[in-house]
Design a protein around this ligand. Structure first.
Ligand code: GDP
Ligand code: ZN
Length: 326
């Protein structure tokens, strides 16, 4: 008897996808032939007609996608019959070329950016980069400062005040002392979250403590199944008991900024947004122009100088990157 189920794509390797169906089981599935053809057809149309790229979304399956699958109860070859519309996505972009976009995770509710209060020493300007990636993908970001047992609580709050001032929710946690964990769990349960941050800050410890049995970093099933012939597509998803998932994306920083349009950068700083239409020149770059509302706000102490300096640096980097491409 053929069963039909809905589920979420956990990982994909060489055309074989692992789908966690809503009954809590993981099915091995491949794309139905018709869906594959549609995917190819849309891509071809996009290549011919640049202007169609706004309407026609390339039908590339990604981890986090919701799908309908069918197959035999104990079968190991289920079929993905339908890909449900995406609510959001985290993508690696290519300037002016929607086809080159690579979707890292679909259907995210938020990006969790984890830093340590100490060991490793946090770099606020590196945190800016992670936040810009989230903003450029229209995703909410949540900051977690872990290992607060290694630092003074108030000093940590003070050090990261520029981020709460910019509007980011922040959690100060210690896995070691079980601090701030319950509040954080409530913000993660039932949602789709991308987990990122430098290595050694306690990302795995946090998630494994919040959700026992999650076994972050150990679910390398694809390697043994496929004997390393294919590389895993995108991130690896860990589904949460009771709904939602954690997508393990530690390398986000390396891939994420590449391809963001430099003109998008000002609006990737939420504290700049209310000021952007107040500059004297409509095409103000907020770097050298007179009458710049952003620079005035920095001088007045209303916008963090460090965050502003990150803006200038990122804008510079991205302007060079897109100049190389063109
Ligand atoms: P990840 O690379 O970000 O996943 O970091 P891990 O979870 O592997 O943790 C790195 C190291 O930090 C491990 O030795 C953990 O035991 C330690 N660690 C994790 N959380 C805390 C914490 O809250 N306080 C302290 N002092 N150490 C922690
Ligand atoms: Zn300006």
């Amino acid at each position: 008897m053929t069963l039909e189920r809905d589920g979420v794509v956990l990982q994909g390797t060489g055309g074989i996808w692992q789908v966690r169906t809503d009954d809590g089981l993981t099915r091995v599935a491949s794309l139905r032939g018709r869906l594959k053809q549609e995917a190819t057809g849309r891509d071809a149309r996009e290549m011919r007609n640049e202007s169609s790229r706004e309407q026609a979304r390339p039908l590339k399956l990604a981890v986090g996608d919701r799908v309908s699958v069918s197959g035999e109860e104990n079968g190991d070859s289920w079929t993905i019959d339908e890909i449900h519309p995406r609510r959001s996505q985290l993508a690696r972009k290519r300037p002016g070329n929607a086809k080159g976009e690579r979707i890292i995770v679909a259907n995210l509710d938020q990006v969790l950016v984890v830093f340590a209060a100490a060991n490793p020493e946090p770099h606020p300007r590196m945190l800016d980069r992670f936040l810009v990636i989230a903003e450029a993908n229209d995703l909410a970001a949540r900051i977690i400062i872990n290992k607060v047992d290694l630092a003074d609580h108030d000093a940590v709050r003070e050090r990261f005040a520029e981020f709460t001032a910019a509007g980011y929710p922040m959690h100060i946690t210690s896995v070691k002392q079980s601090l701030g964990l319950e509040e954080l769990r409530e913000e993660i349960a039932g949602k789709g979250s991308a987990l990122t941050g430098p290595s050694g800050v306690g990302k795995s410890s946090l998630m494994n403590t919040l959700f026992p049995g999650l076994n972050l970093r150990t679910a390398e099933i694809s390697d043994s199944v496929n004997k390393g012939r294919h590389t895993t597509v995108g991130a690896l998803l860990h589904s949460l008991p009771g709904g939602g998932f954690i997508a393990d994306t530690p390398g986000l920083r390396e891939v994420g900024l590449w391809g963001i349009d430099p003109r998008e950068i000002p609006s990737c700083f939420p504290e700049f947004r209310p000021l952007l239409d107040q500059c004297r020149f409509a095409d103000c770059t907020h770097t050298v122009e007179p009458g710049c509302a952003i620079r005035d706000a920095v001088t007045a102490g209303d916008v963090s100088r460090g965050r502003y300096e990150s803006y200038v640096k990122l804008r510079d980097e991205l302007a060079h990157a897109s100049a190389d491409v063109w």
